[in-house]
Every structure is written in structure tokens, then in C-alpha cells.
Unconditional design. Structure first.
Length: 360
DNA sequence: GTATGCTTTCGGC
DNA sequence: TTACGGCCGAAAGCATAC
């Protein structure tokens, strides 16, 4: 079973202020550069119907909604995390295994609870929807199917506030008419290439010789596409332990290549990821930087060490070095946004203290 | 050839 | 007409070891 909280950030805001519910609600990430510089994070369905969706510039959203009595709000991550944590804790109780994906999605293993009686799937789905509604006053869209791929596709089939059950014998007729882009793992790029081959629906994709798909998309990708189109997926619902990476990214006051302007901000980001790592009790083996240029192209560099560290100085120095190297190798375009990332995170376990894991 | 690990890019939300 | 965030995990692509 796949549970997806509907238009999550915007719905949290509606919940806090019910008078928003009939208006377009636009949750924004303001970059701070100019008054309305930034991008749209999430919108409610009123705004979506008017064409305002995730990812567009805030100024564009304002233009589209200028006569629509719309409400523009800055993201309030603290609120969303609180609501998410409460719901995720609740959801755990409805499955034999639980896998959270991001802040607003989860898979539940309910195979044993259904026990082959598929009419029970709908009951469990309704129970979960009502539990979320009762506890946190939020609607959700739920999909139930024989595997994660079908459950995920099913939860997307009817939203918001949907419940779609796809029994094993219904998988083929469920998938067949869908556009290939609805399959998890088929993005814009793959969709385009398939369209050029005359493949638009999952039914058409399922008919393609897997050998041919492997030749065109590589072995692992080709095999995945063939299996996905045929509703085959063996991925287990797996408990995810802590985070795998910690990153912070920010927009510079002005586009520049001047390290005198970049380094103070880079140092600030280094400090922030360091604080997050320490709070989480995690060491790191990799430090990386991210540069987003004025044309919005994205570049990254990273370095991995043999031994984990937890030192701010290490992050700061490596980030500075990587940035200097990057700028030296990369033409003359200005940088717009910069970021620092920690990965290969190491969780100290058992009796050993973190210090035992850290390099000399 | 296969497995593994690292770096970079992709793409969802 | 243009406009433009901040995260995350997965995948791709490559190198190395066995």
C-alpha cells in the first residue's frame, strides 16, 4: 500500500487557516534576492486548475493569479515536519513493515493483513485515510496493489482524496492505457525517446522486445522498463534508517565568481550542515559542493575520505578547495546559487563512541 | 566478467 | 517577454579490484 499526502505543504497551510480553502494557495521558497525572487514549492488544487504548479518562478505565479484572490505564503518547514512526523508514527501501526519516502509518502506492507482477500484492501485503505483525517485533518491518496510499483501508480491514479485498489488480475488492464510517463522511473527524457519510437502507452511499451529496450537504454534500464510495463516489481518494503545525506543550498546576493563574495556564504552553509550532522550524531566521509550558474545549469564536486570526520574545519576547508578548483576549471560564467553537502554518513552504533570511528 | 565504490547528474516533490 | 528553490534519493558513468 502506498500513502501519499495530498498537496502536502499547501494542505498543511489550509489546515492552519481554513479560510484559505477556497482560494488559490501558493507555498513559496523566497530566495531573498529581490522581493519576489524564488520558486513555487507547492500549490493547492484551486491554484493548479489555474495553471500554477510546483517549480515555476513566483513572479510568474503572481502574474497568472493577479485577479484570483490568491494567497502566497513562505514555506514553514517546522509545521510540515511536525504534521509529517505525527502521521508517519500513526501509519506504522497499519502495516507489518513501513517505509517512509520523503516528507509526505510511505509504503506499508499489508500482504499478510489482506491475506489474499482483496476486498480487505479497500477496507484497510479507508481505515488509514480516516485515521489521517481524524488525527491531523488532512486528506490523502492511497493505492493498494500486488507490489510497490503498482501501489505507487495506483495512489497517483485518483487524487486528491483518492483510493485505488488494483488486484493482481487487474494489473494489466490498469497499466495498459496509461501514458508511459505515469510509470515510476520514466521521466521526461525517457518519455521523449519512447515517443520517438512510437511508444506512448504502457501497453505499447510492454510489447517491445526486452532485448531491444536493453540495447537502447542499457541493460539495467531496459530490463527495468520491460518489467515495469508488465507490472513486475520485486522491491521489498524496507525500513529506512537515518538520512543518507545532509545538504544546504542558498542563493547568493548577486551572481559572481569572486571567492571573496562566495566564501563567507560557503562557510555559513558549511556551519549549517555541520550543526545538522552533530545534532543527528552523524559523522561524514564525503564533502561536496554544488554550484548553480546564472543559466541555472547545475554542477557538483565532491571528495571522499578514508575515515569519517565530524569536524567543521574539514567541511569548510574541503568546500573551499572544491569551489576554488571548480571555478578554475569552468570558464567565466557567474554563479547564482551555492551549496554544501555531506554524504557517506556514518552512524556510530553499539557501545562505541563516535570518536572511535573518527580519523586521528 | 562481476562486484564494488566513487563522482556527477537526473529528476521527484 | 522574461521571470527561477531547496532539499532528497536514485541512476548513470566511470575506475578499480578480484
Amino acid at each position: 500500500m502506498h500513502v501519499d499526502l495530498d498537496y502536502f505543504f499547501a494542505q498543511c497551510e489550509e489546515r492552519e487557516n481554513l479560510s484559505l480553502r477556497d482560494k488559490p494557495v501558493v507555498v513559496c521558497v523566497y530566495s531573498g534576492r529581490t522581493a519576489d525572487s524564488g520558486a513555487v514549492s507547492t500549490t493547492n488544487y484551486v491554484a493548479r486548475r489555474l495553471g500554477v504548479k510546483s517549480g515555476i518562478p513566483i513572479v510568474m505565479a503572481k502574474k497568472i493569479l493577479k485577479d484570483a484572490d490568491a494567497v502566497f505564503l513562505p514555506v514553514n518547514h517546522g509545521l510540515y515536519e511536525k504534521v509529517s512526523n505525527s502521521i508517519m508514527t500513526l501509519l506504522r501501526g497499519y502495516g507489518d513493515r513501513f517505509e517512509q519516502v520523503g516528507i509526505d509518502e510511505a509504503y506499508l506492507e499489508v500482504t499478510e493483513r489482506i491475506g489474499g482477500r482483496w476486498e480487505k484492501a479497500r477496507e484497510i485503505g479507508l481505515t488509514v485515510k480516516n485515521a489521517i483525517l481524524d488525527a491531523e485533518r488532512l486528506t490523502s491518496s492511497i493505492g493498494v496493489g500486488p507490489n510497490k510499483l503498482i501501489a505507487k501508480t495506483a495512489s497517483d491514479f485518483q487524487k486528491p482524496d483518492g483510493l485505488t485498489v488494483v488486484q493482481p488480475q487487474e494489473v494489466k488492464s490498469f497499466l495498459s492505457p496509461l501514458p508511459v510517463g505515469k510509470l515510476y522511473g520514466v521521466g521526461k527524457k525517457t518519455e521523449q525517446r519512447l515517443a520517438e519510437m512510437g511508444v506512448k502507452t504502457v501497453e505499447e511499451l510492454a510489447k517491445i522486445d526486452p532485448q531491444e529496450l536493453c540495447a537502447l537504454f542499457g541493460k539495467s534500464n531496459g530490463l527495468y522498463l520491460h518489467n515495469a510495463a508488465n507490472g513486475i516489481d520485486e522491491e521489498p518494503v524496507r525500513e529506512r534508517e537515518g538520512r543518507e545525506q545532509i545538504s544546504r543550498i542558498a542563493t547568493l546576493k548577486q551572481n559572481t565568481r569572486d571567492t571573496q563574495l562566495i566564501f563567507p556564504e560557503l562557510d555559513r552553509l558549511s556551519q549549517e550542515v555541520h550543526t545538522k550532522a552533530v545534532e543527528a550524531g552523524l559523522g561524514f566521509r564525503s564533502v561536496g559542493i554544488i554550484a548553480i550558474m546564472e543559466d541555472l545549469s547545475i554542477h557538483s564536486r565532491s571528495r571522499t575520505f578514508e575515515n569519517p570526520s565530524q569536524e567543521l574545519n574539514k567541511i569548510r576547508n574541503v568546500a573551499r578547495e572544491l569551489f576554488t578548483q571548480f571555478l578554475g576549471s569552468d570558464g567565466e560564467m557567474n554563479v547564482r546559487r551555492i551549496g554544501v553537502k555531506l554524504s557517506n554518513l556514518v552512524k556510530p552504533t553499539g557501545q562505541k563512541a563516535l570518536s572511535d570511528f573518527l580519523g586521528a
